[in-house]
Structures are given as structure tokens and as C-alpha cells.
Design a binder for this molecule. Sequence first.
Ligand code: F3S
Length: 754
Amino acid sequence: MAFDIEMIKKVYEKMPDRVAKARELVGRPLTLSEKILYTHLWDGTPTQAFERGNDYVDFAPDRVACQDATAQMALLQFMHAGKEKVAVPTTVHCDHLIQAKVGAATDLKVAETQSSEVFNFLSSVSNKYGIGFWKPGAGIIHQIVLENYAFPGGMMIGTDSHTVNAGGLGMLAIGVGGADAVDVMSGMAWELKFPKLIGVKLTGKLNGWTAPKDVILRVADILTVKGGTGAIVEYFGEGATSMSCTGKGTICNMGAEIGATTSTFGYDDSMRRYLAATGRQDVVDAADKVAEHLTGDAEVYANPAQYFDELIEINLSELEPYINGPFTPDRGTPVSKMKEEAAKNGWPLKVEWGLIGSCTNSSYEDMSRAASIVEQAVKHGITPKAEFGINPGSELIRYTIERDGIIDTFEKMGTKVFTNACGPCIGQWDREGADKQEKNTIVHSFNRNFSKRADGNPNTHAFVTSPEMVAALAISGDLSFNPITDTLLNDNGEEVRLVAPTGDELPTKGFDVEDPGYQAPAEDGSSVSIAVSETSQRLQLLDPFKPWDGKNITGAKLLIKAFGKCTTDHISMAGPWLRFRGHLDNISNNMLIGAENAFNHLANKVKNQLTGEYGEVPAVQRAYKAAGIPTIVVGDQNYGEGSSREHAAMEPRHLGVTAVLVKSFARIHETNLKKQGMLALVFANEADYDKIQEDDTINFLDLVDFAPGKPLTLEFVHADGSKDIIMANHTYNASQVEWFKAGSALNLIAAGRA
Ligand code: F3S
């Protein structure tokens, strides 16, 4: 479990020279993001300045982290790469496969039985290849990373889009697909387009009901789910340093919701306090020696408009609590406007559930502030109107808040304490009555609130807000309740006003835990064997994808033209499908079943051009595959936003889709498609999306000349024989073109050519 202080010191040793060199090459002061990026160049000391938003650059991340749902496929791929041990410190965390139903003790046992095959597989692969393994119930990946591994100035990647959470400790932590993780675990460089930079200047100070969560809810409202695409968001200013480290983690965590590559904060006292409280004084001592490099240059923060591609300013003293949703995390409503907005939009006012915790808001500060609201309700004799649940982020947090009586306080309100795991945040919630699909409202302090995400019910209106606001709204049972101005009636009919939350940034008695749930890997794993049954429904060893045959793809059929939002949840749904994350053929039966067909506006109903009949997307695609006919998928804006799961790319690849042509891509998904040897293409002219018809047959006219920077020409032949020529742009560089040619990036690694 021990973090690698020697590795951290090595990063700090190279930092001063590399930062100085980068400053000289770039010819101006540097942001923190640039300092970390230039320190982690794969080729060592910088020799050139990179153009933001344009140059692809090879990096050498310090760490890798994988969660259980994505780790299965990542480790199956890593096994395929033929290495003895992982090349950089790596951890696996069992957090996604545990359903929330009755409460922690029972739910964990059920999960351990139901998913024993997967947990055993992950444990033995970790043991063999030198990977730290966090058992089911130990906690959620990002909370554990923040508590144990994140360090200022570091760079890490993780197979989960909320890896970005570690920015709260001044890292550049980036969510990637399993294939990228495999590259780094195999000792290869990790490639990223040099990001653009968005500066967020925080002035003033949080007060009253406002929490760090409101900062990111406001930023999401301003930037929208696409606003951060291709950019690092760097927070600075007096408002930043006045916030707790874990509050910074919450803000960075939800940077995923604006599509940002990652988010980060400069090293400050809040980080020193958090590192010391989590047993890492030696990281503080090492970081203090290079502290000037662990934050942006003073000139940058004095004149930010000159140095960032975009600048946002938020005055924390004036910020109101926000409630974002439903169905998208960027629809922000300040609490004072909720009455009006809810009435205007017909959102159900009755709050049925309040959920706190998750990787986003599980800190001691979050729990103690939410508990301070619950305490008031108990003291004033107010019976809460909604049900209440908690998913603590780690055993360290759970044990400490239990010791300090915080869990007791929650339980006085009938709160269900679920396992230290993702639970409802990833659809692992056996919510009673959800199958009736009734229109209802829930509030939570998680990060995502796409339709169906929490309980599978498309009519659940999920709103994201701070833990303290979740507590207040759950107690009132009313979405339009504004605790700043409104009163509640207690059980005696008396009016009660809740006072603003209070809490401790860190436990005054320190953190404590009995069994954190960690398994260290074997020193020598060569004798550890890994068994995968051929009849397993959960795990399937991989066969390499076939290389490209060097010819133009012709006669391809349109599988689906997706309309509107098509996230990785729509492409490869989570919830019950999580159990097949290690079995490519089985999980492919969920391919694109959530996407809306632009021709009939229905989900999972597309035309099979071979029969003229309509069928489910995976079944229709399997019919094309059986007939040896390639297909393409057409999509709308920001296609593939959301989680980093590479299944959303591997499933179409496995079932025979050859290309995905969209108005725009979310970054991680675009890279995932490339890694799996698919064509990720973007309409040169967005309006051409409207020319695509349901019965189209597609011919690639110049794929044989596929090369960086050269658009591809596609011929769409319509049912009446007419044709449209459509130009498709792409962002493949030379090595990514090789991935396509080889059939996948992994094929190149296994062949030793990458
Ligand atoms: Fe888990 Fe939800 Fe975080 S799925 S990793 S708690 S975003």
C-alpha cells in the first residue's frame, strides 16, 4: 500500500531543470499544468515548445490506477502484451461491482459471491504482475488514490474518467481507456494531444451553505459538458488556497463532467495538511523543496488572460449553492431559482431519495458538514421526508466517521450506509420500485446524472448538489426548498430554520482504520497462475483483432445514425452489464442499445438492410457480421462523452463496425476507437449529417491513402441510387495510422513494433 516516496523524489529531482528549460523554450512564464507536462515528457528534458491543442506528445506518467469494471479488459489486454511485471506503480480497485441494496455488510457478501470469479481473476493477475490490489469494500478508486498515492506535481493515468479527482492534490491525473493503461503498464509512452489551458480564478471565500461542489457546478453551468474538451482546467487565486484539499478534489473530480482532460490546483497549505493527515509527511518534506515548481509562475496568475486560452472568474463570496440537472450535470440552477425552474419545467418536487458519498464527495469535511444538518433535524424533531443513503469513499473514511459518531448521526435519520463502493453512482442500486418507471426526483452529491444512470429508471430526475444540500433537500423532501430563506415544520408543527452547515476539514483525532483492504503483490509473481474458464460467462481471453487488408472499405451499411446525446453509457450501458466487462462477446449484446435512432427516435430499434425489418442494434449488427458486411455508425456532437470505458470501442470493433463518423468526439472515446483499430472520423461539414439516410451503403474512396492530416472521402449511396460525397476529417498521427493498419495498438505492442 505504501506509496513510492523514492519515485516521487525522482520526479522532484528532475523538475527544476526541466521547468527551467521549458520556460526558456516557451519564452514566457509557465502555468502549473505546463510545468507538470514538460516534467513528464517521455523523451526527458524538453527540446521544443509544444503547441497547445495541436501537437501530439509522448508522456511518461508516474502511476496507473484501474477500477474493477475496466481493469478486467485492461488486464486481459496486458496479459496479451507478454510482460513479466508492470513498468510503473499500478493499483487495481474493486469498487464498481458491488450493488447497493440492504446495507454494507449484506451487500458486500452478495457481491463477493456473485463476482468471486472476477475478483479472484483481478487479485491473481495483480499478484502475478506486481500490481497493488484493493479488495472489494476497501473503497472507491479515486478516494483511495487521493488518500494514498496522489502527490503534487505528479502525473498519473487511470482507467476511469474520474481519475481527474487527484488534481485536488496538485497532480495531472487523466482518465484513459484500458488500452492506454496497457501501454504505460507495458513500459511504453503515453500519447496525448498537448492540452489547451482554461484558467479559473477564484476570488473571495466560500461561506454559509456554499461548498466546493458549487464551484464546479457553476463551472459546468458556464462551460457545459463540452466546454472543457481538450483542455486542462487550472484553478488559482485566494479562493483556491482557502479551500480544503478534498474540496479541491471534488472540483477536479467533476472536471470530467465538462469534458476536460483534467483539472488541477497549485500546491498549498491545504495539501500539506491533507498529506500529513494521511501519513505522508515525507511527501510534504520532498514537495516543499520544489514548492515553486508545484504552482504556476506568479506572473501567470497576475495576468492570467495572457497565459490561458480561456479565463473564468468566480467570486466565492457571492456564489450560491447550485442544484444541477436533471439528466445532465451542466444544467445549473442556483438554489434561489429552483422553485421557478422546477415549476416551469414540470420537475417533480417531491424528493424521494438523498444520496451522498461516492468518489466525488466522500471527504471527512463532506460527511461532517452533511451530518451537521442531520443533527439539526434530529434536535428539532423533524422527521425526514426522503430516504437517505451513503456510500463512503473508503474504509479509512468509514472507519473514522464511525469512530467519531458521524455514522450514528446519519443512522438516527434512518440512513442506509452502503458499501464503500460506487453503488448507485454507477447504476449498482437495487432501488425498490424503480422498475415501475415512475416519474420521481432524487438528489445526490455524485457527479453524473444521465438518464437511467442511478436506478435504470428513465423517469428518475436526478439532481447533483453538495452533500449538505442533499441532506437539507432530503430532510425537507422538497426540491424547491431553499435552506437559506425557507423554514421547515417539525413534528410539533413548529417552524424551524436550519443553520448553515459546519464541519471539520480533517478529523481532529486523526484518521484511523483497522483493515484498509489492501493486498500487496508477490515479490516474484512468476509462479502465480491465472485461470480463466472457457465456459465462463464473465471472463473471456482475447483474440487479436484482424489487421486491415490494405483495401478501401466498400459496400458498408449504415448500422445506426445516432441522434443527440450519445454517451459511453448509451454505447455500452453500465448497470447490469457491468458483470460482462471481462467478456467481450457477452457484453457486446449491449452495443448502442441506449442510442436514439435518428430515423424513428427510438432506442435499440434499427433497420436491418438485409431483411428490411427492424431489430435490436446488436442483433442487426451480428446479422451484418455473419453476412461479412462491414458497417459504420454515424453520430452527433460530443459522441462518446462520459466514462472512459474502452468497451464502447471494443464492442463495435468485435461485432464488425469499421468506422464511426460524427459531428464531434469526446477525447477519450476517440482515442479508444483508434486504439482498437477503428476509424474515428468527423464530418468536415457538420451539415452533412443530415444527408445520411437509413438505407445508405457506404464506400471509402481513398482509404488506401490514409495518412495524417489528409481527410477521407466517403461515398454514400442512397436507396434511390443517388449519391452524396462526404468528406471526413480525422486526427490520426503517423503511429495511430499504424494502429489502424495493424488491427489495434495492442497488436503492435505484442509484435514488439510499438
Ligand atoms: Fe465510482 Fe461514480 Fe466515482 S462510478 S468511480 S463513484 S463516478
